[in-house]
Design a protein around this ligand. Structure first.
Ligand code: NAD
Length: 478
């Protein structure tokens, strides 16, 4: 049994209440650890530590701050195997995926922002008799709140720019997948990060997340998670005039035209549907296929998806691992029942699986559904699991209308070899991110985020550094 601690003022400490939450291994359904059930008293202690650390940290030279971040990136890279094993055990994702994607990206996040801050600059505006220059100053103590689907990846995606910009941070990982955030505490100590610069508080959304949100002195909240919780955070934080970055849910269209590079599309669509058990906010869960290739696509897609091995995350052959938690597993299965009641035909999967030796784990077969309208609940609500629907379309306008006829607007994928069509669709689609003939291809310099109910604000590159700084214009007359 592993016991996780909070990380406050440079040391690992138990929660003030001495209460813990059970931590489950999704692959086996068994309890394997204890997470602090922290509350307002832990948040207060972390706030004091962060506030005390702020004057020195924010006054460090950019090069010095950059060096700390680079050291952390190096240590994450050195511990790739250990961190990937922990992530896979905690989340249920295949071990190879945690190694290839999650942990590498966590290291890249620190390395990227260690470099980005050295290139970050502000504007000057000359007048005939005066010069304006803009200072970009750190905000103070900021909070980050992150989800369970890409645990260390998204945790560090927020922490790295916040620290690089000179803020001190209280970070809350998901209580469902806290292990790699805990291991990061140790890495920060090894990197010699000064006490209080980063504080990690474990616990549930109400006792920790909500306390961070309503804390009167925390200047900004950077949140990634569900639209429901993002809305709750906005309701509480907006009247306090906190800076808010909200990265929320998605129900992304994957639009396939008959003139696409078919093989490339098919291979990528299998990934964009089922990678990480479909638990990526950018997965294309509504698949629109031009009518003339609908039947061919349907047959080929089912064939490919059928060959994905669902199994224990440690097996090298596993393509689809375990769903992150029992409540989420039950939610996905309930969504499949809703799809059936709405008249959907299950073309593949649609059921829980029980691999030998791991019968109590949370496994769901890749599921493909057809016969539903874009307006039904299955196509309008985020499921966040290995479940996709396929729908035929006849014209560019028809598919555009369906793609946009939803509250969400995170990402979209378009498959076509017609350049004019690609640019036109990309312009008209209501989403923060559009991929043409690719998926999940990321350059960390680009703005990342959603529109409508998927997001407020942008992360990534200088957008993140702008979020974590306050611009102040200085006008000097001469
Ligand atoms: P969630 O909203 O339930 O939880 C996210 C975080 O918020 C957790 O740390 C949780 O403890 C905390 N939280 C819960 N209630 C809170 C409250 N009242 N106040 C403050 N914090 C609170 O989301 P989840 O189930 O962990 O993650 C899945 C969701 O995240 C999906 O909707 C997915 O689309 C979304 N997501 C979005 C992006 C993106 O970039 N847009 C990326 C990954 C995941």
């Amino acid at each position: 049994m592993q016991t996780i601690h909070n990380y406050i003022n440079g040391t690992e400490v138990p929660p003030q209440s001495s209460n813990y939450i059970d931590l489950y291994e999704p692959a086996s359904g068994k309890i394997y650890g204890q997470v602090p059930d922290s509350d307002a008293s832990d948040v207060d202690i972390a706030y004091t530590a962060a506030a005390n650390a702020f004057p020195t940290w924010s006054a460090l030279s950019i090069d010095d701050r950059s060096r700390y971040l680079t050291r952390i990136a190096d240590l994450i890279e050195e511990k790739l195997d250990e961190l990937a094993a922990a992530e896979s055990k905690d989340n249920g994702k295949p071990l190879w995926l945690a190694k290839m994607v999650d942990i590498r990206r966590a290291s890249d996040n620190f390395r990227f922002f260690a470099q980005a801050i050295t290139q970050f600059s502000s504007e000057a505006h000359a007048m005939t008799n005066a010069i304006n220059y803009t200072l970009r100053q750190p905000l103070g103590v900021v909070a980050t709140i992150s989800p369970w689907n890409l645990p260390l990846y998204l945790f560090t995606w927020k922490i790295a720019p916040a620290l690089a910009a000179g803020n001190t941070v209280i970070a809350k990982p998901s209580e469902v997948t806290p292990m790699t955030a805990y291991l990061l505490s140790d890495i920060c100590q090894q990197a010699g990060l000064p006490p209080g610069v980063l504080n990690i508080i474990h616990g549930d959304g109400i006792k920790v997340g909500a306390e961070l949100t309503k804390h009167p002195k925390i200047k900004a909240i950077s949140f990634t998670g569900s639209t429901r919780v993002g809305g709750e955070i906005a309701r509480v934080a907006a009247p306090m005039f906190k800076k808010l970055s909200l990265e929320m849910g998605g129900k992304n269209p994957n639009i396939i035209f008959a003139d696409c590079n078919y093989d490339q599309m098919l291979k990528t669509t299998v990934n964009s549907s089922f990678s990480n058990q479909g638990q990526i906010c950018l997965c294309g869960s509504r698949i629109f296929v031009e009518s003339s290739i609908y039947n061919k696509f349907k047959a080929d897609f089912i064939e490919k998806a059928k060959s994905l091995t669902v199994g224990h995350p440690n097996e090298a052959s596993t393509k689809v691992g375990a769903i992150v938690s029992k409540p989420h597993y039950e939610k996905i299965l309930a969504c499949i029942e809703i799809a059936k009641s709405e008249g959907g035909t299950i073309l593949l999967g649609g059921e829980a699986l029980h691999p030998k030796g791991y019968e109590d784990g949370y496994y769901i077969a890749p599921t493909i559904i057809e016969g539903l309208s874009n307006r039904c609940r299955t196509n309008q609500e985020e499921i966040f699991g290995p479940v996709v629907t396929i729908m035929p379309f006849n014209s560019d306008q028809e598919v555009l209308d369906m793609a946009n006829d939803i509250n969400y607007g995170l990402s979209a994928t378009i498959w076509t070899e017609n350049l004019t069509r690609a640019h036109k669709m990309a312009k008209e689609i209501e989403a923060g991110i559009v991929w043409v003939n690719t998926w999940l291809q990321r350059d960390l310099r680009t703005p990342f985020g959603g529109v409508k109910h998927s997001g407020v604000g942008r992360e990534g590159g200088f957008e993140a550094l702008r979020f974590f700084t306050e611009p102040k214009n200085v006008c000097v007359r001469y």
